[in-house]
Design a protein around this ligand. Structure first.
Ligand code: ATP
Ligand code: MG
Length: 419
């Protein structure tokens, strides 16, 4: 009996990998232009890192973590998100000593035990970025402009950027009390989880995906109306910088994030095309996190984008590479000459395919069609004697007679294909 992959854990097949490579390459290009450098951290960390940073009463820590003890009895967890590990590394390697501002990006798999559905998996991938060391609102705006640019560079203009402020340890507790009062009056309309959240994590009730809860909280007080003067100024200034750079955004006063460490500016990039899986990227400011993890008192801000969801949005677009040339061969002498030609062209970066094992001419041409090769040529004894081939354009069947010579053919392929 064959063994299948675990539910919610997906293979990325060659038919999809070019799209993922496009997403990753686009992110690297944009991040590099904005001054971010890559960091790669382990996939497994001590469980305590996540419970201390993400928060014990969040859905992630309560229900979604892949935690286990290893053979030495250590409590370990497959990372459910990237920020905690990146901040752990930031502190451990004292990156703040090298520069007062640290700009990092990462990409890789994350693990959450959720109910798998379209756009929601148990192993999924995030591309994220973090800035540590800046209190001022200019950096919030800079990160938001970078996210907007990332989506523009991906060619996605449908998702919208939504922003909110979650206040700070000065103003949030007072708001929290008001929200608790509002929710307590509506206990019977709220789901079981939200009833529990009233006591543990009331802001999360605003983010509940159960329609009854959304209805019941539709007139709940909003954090944004209860910000202290400092948080209010910060938010207004972030908005003015976004306006100054013509960065489109909406304010979403109901947006809360599923992780406890967020303060002040939070944001999501939201699509209407993926049902309940509407967030394609999300993040915010986390001014207390680094200190909470035992590091310096350094503020931070960052976000993560869900690669699977972005890939779904790009599903209609074609990213797979096609061969520039397919060489069909007739006879062993031709096969050696074709092999030499193929390798010379490949060393110049031109994708060429040929028949490896002496199939019929008809079946070779079928393969050229299947691979969607742009050009083909047939090489047999006659062509070798005359040193001349017919280069055929596959889309319209037009042919040109050329010398069987790598430079000549390379010129024809790259010129003709517009590479
Ligand atoms: P959601 O509300 O959809 O559960 P989230 O608030 O849990 O998302 P974050 O923790 O902010 O998500 O993660 C950032 C991004 O990672 C999300 O916006 C989403 O695109 C992606 N993401 C999160 N969980 C999953 C998952 N289980 N499968 C695929 N992508 C995910
Ligand atoms: Mg979630």
């Amino acid at each position: 009996m064959s063994i299948n992959a675990i539910k919610g854990f997906n293979d990325l097949l060659p038919s999809d990998s070019a799209r993922w490579q496009f997403i990753e390459a686009t992110a690297r290009t944009v991040f590099t232009a904005f001054g971010f450098e890559e960091i790669r951290v382990p996939i497994v960390e001590k469980t305590e890192l996540f419970s201390r940073s993400i928060g014990d009463t969040t859905d992630i820590v309560e229900k979604e973590m892949y935690s286990f003890s290893d053979k030495g009895g250590n409590a370990l967890t497959l990372r459910p998100e990237g920020t905690a590990g990146v901040m752990r590394a930031f502190i451990e390697h004292k990156l703040h000593v090298q520069d007062a501002v640290t700009k990092l990006y990462y990409m890789g798999p994350m693990f959450r035990h959720e109910r798998p559905q379209k756009g929601r998996y148990r192993q999924f991938h995030q591309i994220g970025a973090e800035v540590v060391g800046v209190h001022g609102p200019l950096v919030d705006a800079h990160v938001l402009v970078m996210i907007a640019q990332l989506f523009t560079a991906l060619g996605l203009d449908e998702p919208t950027l939504q922003i909110n402020s979650l206040g700070c340890p000065d103003c949030r507790p007072r708001y929290r009390e008001q929200l608790i009062a509002h929710l307590s009056d509506r206990r019977s309309e709220l789901c079981e989880d939200c009833n529990r959240r009233i006591d543990t994590n009331p802001l999360r009730a605003l983010d509940c995906k159960v329609p009854g809860c959304q209805e019941a909280t539709s007139h709940a007080p909003a954090m944004i109306d209860h910000l202290c003067a400092t948080c209010s100024d910060h938010f207004t200034t972030v908005r003015s910088y976004l306006d100054a750079t013509a960065t489109p955004y909406q304010i979403n006063p109901r947006m809360v994030r599923g992780l406890d460490y967020y303060t002040r500016t939070t944001f999501e990039v939201v699509t209407g095309l993926l049902g309940a899986q509407s967030a394609v990227a999300a993040g915010g400011r986390y001014d207390g996190l680094v200190r909470q993890l035992g590091g310096p008192d350094a503020p931070g801000i960052g976000f993560a984008m869900g690669v699977e969801r972005v890939a779904l949005l790009l599903e209609q677009r074609q990213f797979q590479s096609v061969p520039a040339l397919f060489i069909a061969v007739m006879g062993d002498a031709a096969r050696i000459a074709a092999f030499q030609m193929m390798t010379q062209l490949q060393k110049q970066g031109i994708r060429v395919e040929l028949d490896y094992e002496g199939k019929s001419l008809k079946s070779q041409m079928r393969r050229a069609d299947k691979l969607a090769a742009r050009y083909s040529l047939v090489l047999g004894d006659d062509e070798l004697v005359s040193n001349t081939i017919q280069l055929k354009r596959m889309d319209d069947g037009s042919q040109q007679s050329l010398r069987f010579d790598a430079t000549t053919i390379a010129d024809a392929l790259t010129g003709g294909a517009g590479l």
